[in-house]
Design a binder for this molecule. Structure first.
Ligand SMILES: Cc1cc2nc3c(=O)[nH]c(=O)nc-3n(C[C@H](O)[C@H](O)[C@H](O)COP(=O)(O)O)c2cc1C
Length: 236
């Protein structure tokens, strides 16, 4: 799995924010300005969505300038100004939810690198209003709102890393770094119910809570970035 995009920063000669930094800069943002996405930013997001789909056999779809999905009663007034989003679409069976979490978070962190705000959304939007194509056996798991935020959002209370694992400290450095990155992963209702177990140098993820598999996929993407590539692998 390739974590770092080979593409350059959004503006010529501008260094791309490292993914570890993007993890720390990301916060859920629910209110957006009407500033449209510049063409080159939209093209970069579209390419990231394509990479994600190719990597995991998904059907994530970038929808631009479409205010209806977040404009109706279902958004319960929490969201304002959402006109761009990624519909998180994948197979209903065979690990589709976890893969959608993992690949959706790849798009989220790329958006952060591009200077955009985001929010994962499971409930408070209208699936019916989304102009997306569903193939056989595919479902819409969630959406990710994307745009220029009215603010950058703010940090939320997180569980200590010891509460995110059944392993007993002291942890290997890579495991601690992985947990610290997973600790900052967005989860539905901020429940952080995923867990990571350690079996020698193998890590096993356990889902928990509503949207448990999606949350676990998101947390796994963060864990990989934090832990780095060496010295460990996912348990099979
Ligand atoms: C799978 C998933 C579903 C979510 N669904 C909603 C939602 O329906 N409405 C909402 O306002 N926020 C939703 N969120 C955003 C979370 O509430 C938010 O990520 C969490 O409170 C942590 O805050 P942070 O992202 O700023 O760290 C969802 C997040 C995830 C990962």
């Amino acid at each position: 799995m390739t974590l770092t995009s080979r593409r350059k920063g959004p503006v010529m000669n501008e260094p791309t924010m490292p993914l570890n930094q993007a993890i720390r800069a990301r916060h859920a943002v629910r209110r957006y300005t009407d500033r449209p996405l510049p063409d080159e930013v939209a093209a970069d997001l579209r390419a990231t969505v394509e990479e994600a789909n190719t990597a995991a056999g998904l059907a994530l779809q970038l929808v631009l300038d479409e205010p209806k999905a977040f404009g109706g009663a279902r958004s319960l007034g929490q969201f304002r100004g959402v006109r761009n989003y990624v519909a998180i679409v994948g197979p209903k069976a065979g690990g589709g939810a976890e893969a959608c979490g993992y690949q959706g978070e790849r798009v989220v962190l790329r958006a952060v690198q591009l200077g955009l705000a985001t929010c994962w959304v499971g409930m408070t939007f209208s699936k019916r209003a989304m102009p997306v194509t569903l193939g056989a056996g595919q479902v819409i798991y969630a959406a990710v709102a994307i745009g220029y935020g009215e603010s950058g959002g703010h940090s939320h209370k997180v569980k200590p890393i010891e509460a995110l694992t059944s392993a007993v400290p002291p942890f290997p450095d890579w495991f601690r770094r992985g947990l610290e990155a997973a600790q900052l992963a967005p989860t539905a209702m901020n429940q952080q119910r995923f867990r990571f177990g350690l079996e020698d140098d193998a890590v096993r993820g356990y889902p928990g809570g509503p949207y448990g598999e999606v949350d676990l996929g998101i947390a796994k993407y963060h864990f990989e970035i934090g832990a780095g590539p060496d010295g460990w692998h996912w348990a099979t």
